[in-house]
Design a protein around this ligand. Structure first.
Ligand SMILES: [Zn+2]
Ligand SMILES: [Zn+2]
Length: 416
């Protein structure tokens, strides 16, 4: 815990803490220590995120990372218990972090004002014991689902609209997953976001979904209750959805069907924590290490595709980029000289290309604290795989929470 002035003055007296949680401890299976020690990643600090965080704070969760890209608008105040009118204009993540620590001074909350798809490394997902999401779009849910699978972590989703909502839990390595639930309509909406040349058509309209604080309270409550049960080994909504319909207050549980072609069903086999920061390793250095570890020539795969060049078909001019796919808007795709729509060149990994060899891992447009997967090619071992989590980036991302233990070296051991 970081020594701050406000915290130094607080004496967390064991008896007082015993008293604080005494009603919770009356529940026969309750284990306050499990809750205290759990590491929770909360994605989204809007209407649902506020309710999720409020519940986590009241229950005594002490290790929280909260991710949100947005700043507070006046219209948020009707649905967000942790925001005050004086917070309008502030980052949502910073605001909820401060409010959480006011509710529970023993807690450490790390706010990240970030886009989860572009700015959050897989190491952050691996750090968490449990992921809670309060989002308003399928694209980010799909991304979280794939990341959670890769690093073998459970995630609990919530969605609200009007006075209706759904909560669901997706457990590590267990199908059906979120992606399995997507139908043709969902995919059509997802495809609309990205043009055929991978440039972004429009920013998503966060906060425009009609919602009420009453429905966010119900669904956020179910989500956190699922998290608590999951930590205690109790039954959960694993691969199921709890649907709440608020006009007649009816609810039911739906079972989803596994999609055998689902692209999310992939767990990284072997994740090694390495002490280096991404600024201190080049692509070729990492590839050499992987080749040695795998006993054969290795190629490196990135956690997400990056745009590395925009090439004009008319004048031939090239612009180097190194940003994640999705980070460039459609209108920026035009050539500044002649207005022609440029061709987007992407990279999904590194296979020893000389022009990329000396580029350090933090100069690729990938987030800090990411995971790089290496695969051996044409070796006697077949397609052996190892992944490297750059633990040297952890302090920059996790702040004071980096002082605690990072994820276990072999994440797949957590598999059910
Ligand atoms: Zn699936
Ligand atoms: Zn041009």
């Amino acid at each position: 815990m970081p020594p701050t002035t406000s915290k130094e003055t607080i004496r967390v007296d064991a008896a007082a803490e015993e008293d604080r949680y005494s009603r919770l401890r009356l529940i026969p299976w309750w284990d306050q220590e499990k809750i205290r020690a759990a590491k929770v990643l909360v994605i989204g600090a809007g209407a649902l995120g506020n309710e999720i965080l409020k519940n986590l704070a009241l229950l005594g969760f002490q290790n929280i990372v909260v991710v949100d890209l947005d700043h507070i608008e006046t219209s948020n105040l009707s649905r967000a218990i942790l925001f005050r009118a004086s917070d309008v204009g502030r980052a949502k993540a910073d605001t909820v972090a401060a409010a959480y620590e006011a509710l529970l001074p023993e807690a450490t909350v790390r706010p990240l004002t970030a886009n989860v798809m572009q700015d959050c490394g897989l190491g952050l997902f691996a750090w968490a014991d449990i992921i809670l999401a309060g989002l308003d779009n399928r694209e980010a849910r799909l991304w979280i689902n794939r990341c959670a699978w890769k690093v073998n972590r459970p995630w609990i989703d919530g969605a609200i609209e009007g006075v209706n909502g759904v909560a669901r839990a997706f457990l590590p390595g267990q199908a059906p997953c979120y992606e399995c639930t997507l139908g043709a309509t969902d995919w059509a909406i997802l495809d609309r976001r990205m043009s055929c040349n991978l440039l972004l058509h429009e920013a998503h309209t966060e906060g425009r979904v009609p919602t009420t604080p009453t429905i966010s309270s119900i669904i956020g409550g179910i989500q956190v209750q699922e998290a608590v049960k999951l930590l205690h080994g109790m039954p959960t909504l694993a691969s199921k959805g709890y649907i709440f319909e608020g006009v007649h207050h009816t609810s039911y549980v739906v079972n989803y069907t596994e999609n055998p072609d689902c692209l999310s069903h992939y767990i990284l086999e072997n994740v090694a924590q390495i002490p280096e920061a991404s600024s201190s390793l080049t692509l070729e250095q990492l590839r050499k290490r992987a080749s040695a570890d795998l006993g054969g020539e290795a190629v490196i795969e990135f956690s997400r595709d990056i745009i590395h060049k925009l090439v004009c078909p008319t004048c031939g001019a090239e612009e180097a980029c190194f940003v994640p796919v999705g980070a460039i808007r459609y209108d920026r795709g035009r050539c500044p000289r002649d207005g022609a729509m440029r061709v987007v060149k992407t990279l999904s990994g590194y296979r020893g290309e000389p022009e990329l060899a000396d580029r350090s891992l933090d100069q690729l447009g990938l987030p800090l604290f990411d995971i790089f997967t290496a695969r051996s090619v044409g070796g006697e071992l077949g397609d052996a795989e190892i992944s490297y989590c750059l633990a040297g980036d952890a302090p920059a991302v996790l702040g004071p929470l980096a002082l605690g233990p990072l994820a276990a070296p072999t994440l797949s051991e957590v598999a059910p």
